[in-house]
Design a protein around this ligand. Structure first.
Ligand code: NAD
Length: 253
């Protein structure tokens, strides 16, 4: 395994499951000291066990990424303990319910925006001062819903469109200051939540997957690889982009 993250400190949010867990494992396997953050303490512990069993370095932080005090305190802790931050993967997110826009409960809308979009704002706000010390990268998790309007998912789509906007602004502000900032747009990814939903509605899941040119959903590791690439020196001239990783789901328009 390439150890190109040796000596680097990396923060991954949503690391207790799915794409974030896969990314935490991959960053650690490539030599990084990982700070794994998530609301779900049990999921975090499982991730930490997996990383350590593979010989990797990880510390956990049970935080709500939508709470400014939590995010600020975590970045103070990373500064105090590690003295640096080289890469951040702002990935925690929720889907929210599925309702027609006129039926969408406003409190649910606010929570999805807080967890998916406010979190990315807060993450970057508190990560940047540490990253600017020696340079680094940020990758934010958007979705194909950042470029499409899936019916019933107004809060989710709005939040992910917002992630793309924030990513562009942050990339513009920091491109000349040594911090590269990009986003990824996963398509259908076989994380525990998606697998459980598919099991409840197998006919819908089969139809949805047929509509993907690749004919299948992504493994979380395939999305994590894209985040790693955007966090690595291999993408050194890529700024402010949304990398779509969707098996071709959106290429037909
Ligand atoms: P997941 O549910 O497996 O993992 C998400 C993690 O985020 C969970 O561990 C959860 O506890 C954590 N989390 C949720 N709210 C949080 C909060 N307030 N504070 C801290 N942690 C919180 O889902 P996933 O598929 O791995 O999702 C990761 C990201 O990928 C999300 O931003 C999601 O919107 C995005 N995404 C997923 C898919 C997909 O098909 N799975 C597609 C496109 C985008």
């Amino acid at each position: 395994m390439n150890k190109d993250f040796d000596g680097k400190v990396v923060l991954v949010t949503g690391a207790g499951s799915g794409i974030g867990r896969a990314a935490a494992r991959l960053f650690a396997a490539r030599g990084a000291a990982v700070y794994a953050a998530d609301l779900n303490a049990q999921g975090l512990q499982e991730t930490a066990d997996l990383v350590r069993e593979a010989g990797g370095k990880v510390r956990t932080a049970a935080i709500d990424v939508a709470r400014e005090a939590d995010v600020a305190a975590l970045l103070v802790r990373i500064g105090d303990e590690a003295g640096r931050l080289d890469a951040a993967f702002n990935n925690a997110g929720i889907t929210g319910g599925t309702y027609a826009l006129q039926d969408y409960p406003a409190e649910d809308f606010d929570r999805v925006i807080a967890v998916n979009l406010r979190s990315v704002f807060l993450g970057m706000k508190y990560e940047l001062p540490l990253l600017l010390r020696q340079g680094g990268t940020i990758v934010n998790t958007a979705s194909v819903a950042a470029i499409t309007g899936p019916g019933g998912m107004s809060a989710y789509a709005a939040s992910k469109h917002g992630v793309q906007g924030l990513t562009r602004v942050a990339a513009m502000e920091n491109a000349a200051r040594g911090v590269r900032i990009n986003a990824i747009a996963p398509g259908w990814t076989e994380t525990p939540m998606v697998v459980a939903n598919s099991a409840q509605n197998p006919a819908f899941a089969a139809l949805a997957k047929q509509a993907i040119p690749a004919g299948r959903g992504a493994a979380p590791e395939e999305i994590a690889e894209a985040a790693l690439w955007l966090s690595s020196g291999a993408s050194s001239y890529v700024h402010g982009q949304l990398l779509v990783v969707d098996g071709g789901m959106t290429i037909g328009g």
